[in-house]
Ligand binder design. Structure first.
Ligand SMILES: *Cc1c(COP(=O)(O)O)cnc(C)c1O
Length: 345
């Protein structure tokens, strides 16, 4: 059984360190939640420079940022029904629960789990209201189950929820957004995988941010989902001090490719309160793409995207190669920096 740690004191004790002074102060605002799986991925000799530590253990910088908004993407204003966020024509997000296995310190929905704000599992009445809203909008063809982490919901209840969306003829894709393959692989029991594999419309979008997270247990979960016919794709977030390094990203994407998980998105951090210290700037993401071009298969290269404020939606960002930015010189119809110099050796 996986152990969960709900206080800095317990996590520090497990790591064999003194609890840092800041932790309690930060936890009073953004509660700590981490499990043994994640703590075991930490290289303790690196301390708070470790990429997994940074993602799940508190930092005083979370409290420095009190000016930002909790909902800069205006999700609350784009609700078609409670918990149903509709920003695009053909797809909408359902907030299934506010629960997660672990609290990512860079979470863009910190508003849903900050002290005193936890969103409960979706009720029958809420689910019914969402189904009514979807029927009124037959142009919506895809639902993204999100939260929180929908896989925190008990097997039987999650089956009911997926079945409800699956039974709507207008819905052709159900996207399950879950971090649990990466942070709590034991959640994926054979029975749970059987349940998910029973839905033809289901795609699973998971969330690995660093190659150290793609361990044997997580890989086994992804492999069995894929073997059972559930496509698994990855979304990562570019995080300062965690993975804002082209070589680290290359390693992450290569490990994902090796287990047939397609790197789908690489997101820039949203300007959410308590998260901004993780922001890298757009240039860091473009740098990753420039580095990968010609070096890594397109299958392994995600789309780099940023969410526009005020619910403006996602925009994909690409390096500008046309001005001779290191790849090819379109104006002179000449390839100037390709293939990678190393290849000529
Ligand atoms: C990201 C997002 C989607 C999915 O957009 P894709 O580009 O298809 O990944 C849908 N709805 C909302 C509100 C989103 O933020």
């Amino acid at each position: 059984m996986t152990e969960f740690f709900r206080t800095g004191r317990a996590a520090a004790e497990f790591l064999g360190i003194d609890e840092p002074d800041d932790w309690r102060r930060v936890e009073a605002v953004y509660p700590l939640l981490v499990n043994r799986h994640c703590l075991d991925l930490i290289d303790r000799s690196k301390g708070d420079a470790d990429p997994v530590w940074r993602q799940f253990l508190p930092s005083a910088a979370e409290l420095d940022d009190w000016k930002s908004d909790f909902d800069p993407l205006a999700e609350e204003r784009q609700m078609l029904a409670p918990r149903l966020i509709r920003r695009f024509l053909d797809r909408a997000v359902v907030l299934v629960t506010g629960n997660c296995a672990v609290h990512c310190r860079f979470c863009f929905r910190k508003r849903l789990w900050k002290q005193g704000a936890k969103l409960a599992d979706i009720s029958d009445a809420e689910l019914e209201a969402i189904l009514v809203a979807l029927r009124e909008h037959p142009e919506i063809r895809e639902v993204l189950l999100s939260g929180g982490d929908p896989c925190m919901v008990a097997d039987g209840r999650l089956r009911e929820i997926i079945a409800a969306f699956s039974s709507l003829e207008q819905i052709s894709v159900i996207r399950l957004g879950t971090k649990l393959p990466a942070v709590w692989p034991e959640r994926f029991t054979p029975q749970f995988i059987d349940m998910l594999a029973g839905f033809d419309k289901l795609w699973l979008l998971t969330h690995f941010n660093h190659p150290n997270e793609v361990d044997a247990a997580a890989s086994a979960v992804c492999r069995s989902l894929i073997r059972r016919g559930v496509p698994v794709l990855n979304q990562c977030v570019l995080l300062r001090g965690v993975n804002d390094n082209p070589e680290v990203m290359e390693e992450l994407f290569r490990r994902l490719l090796a287990i047939k998980v397609k790197p789908h998105y690489m997101f820039h951090v949203d300007p959410v309160r308590g998260v901004r210290h993780f922001a890298t700037g757009i240039e860091a993401g473009l740098e990753v793409l420039r580095y990968l071009r010609g070096r890594l298969s397109s299958l392994g290269t995600p789309t780099f995207a940023i969410d526009l404020p005020e619910g403006g939606g996602k925009v994909a960002l690409q390096p500008d190669y046309s001005s001779g930015g290191g790849f090819c010189d379109i104006h002179n119809k000449k390839i100037i920096n390709y293939p990678d110099k190393e290849m000529k050796k």
